[in-house]
Each structure stands twice: as structure tokens, then as C-alpha cells.
Design a protein around this ligand. Structure first.
Ligand SMILES: [Zn+2]
Ligand SMILES: [Zn+2]
Length: 100
């Protein structure tokens, strides 16, 4: 065990980032995690304001029949994958094109 130089919390020897304050021993500073990791969005359902659940990344395969979503997905014609969010209360589904 070693102690975090920033907050003195005990850190396993195999870790180089403090679990308590995100201080990176190798970088000598607190790491700020990027906000745009998949599934990190916090959003509420537009219908019922229930927090939506990240339910994975949806990928289109060539020849996928878009059916009723066809018109909607034409907005993202150059995108292949989407982050899928689901409202556990009313079942509303939202897609987001991943950034970057
Ligand atoms: Zn720390
Ligand atoms: Zn809902």
C-alpha cells in the first residue's frame, strides 16, 4: 500500500490513480475524466421525466431495414452507430450519435 500525496488515502500498489480524489501518481495531478464517455449522459425522458438508462451502442448493419425509423435516421445518414437510451417507465427510446 501507498498513500495518495494529495489526500493521504491508501492506494493499492497496483494502482496509480487515487480512488478517492482521482490524483494520478504518474502524472502528478488530479485527472479529470472526460465527460463524453459512452453512457455518461444524464438525461430525463421528455415524456415522463424519468432518468433514462443507457442501453448500449446500436450499430447498423448493411441492409438493415429501418422501417418506421427510416425518416428519423436519415438525419444521421453518415453515422453508423448510436448510443441508445431507454426510459424504464414509458419505454421511450432515444438515440444519440456519438461525438468525435
Ligand atoms: Zn487522493
Ligand atoms: Zn418516459
Amino acid at each position: 500500500m501507498k498513500n495518495c500525496p494529495n489526500c493521504q488515502a491508501e492506494i493499492e500498489d497496483s494502482f496509480n490513480v487515487c480512488w478517492n480524489c482521482n490524483y494520478s501518481i504518474t502524472e502528478g495531478k488530479i485527472i479529470e475524466f472526460k465527460e463524453d464517455i459512452p453512457g455518461s449522459r444524464e438525461l430525463n425522458c421528455l415524456r415522463c421525466e424519468t432518468p433514462m438508462i443507457f442501453s448500449g451502442n446500436y450499430r447498423f448493419h448493411e441492409g438493415t431495414k429501418l422501417g418506421v425509423f427510416g425518416n428519423f435516421f436519415e438525419l444521421f445518414v453518415n453515422r453508423e452507430t448510436f448510443d441508445l437510451y431507454l426510459c424504464p417507465k414509458c419505454g421511450k427510446v432515444e438515440f444519440f450519435a456519438p461525438l468525435g
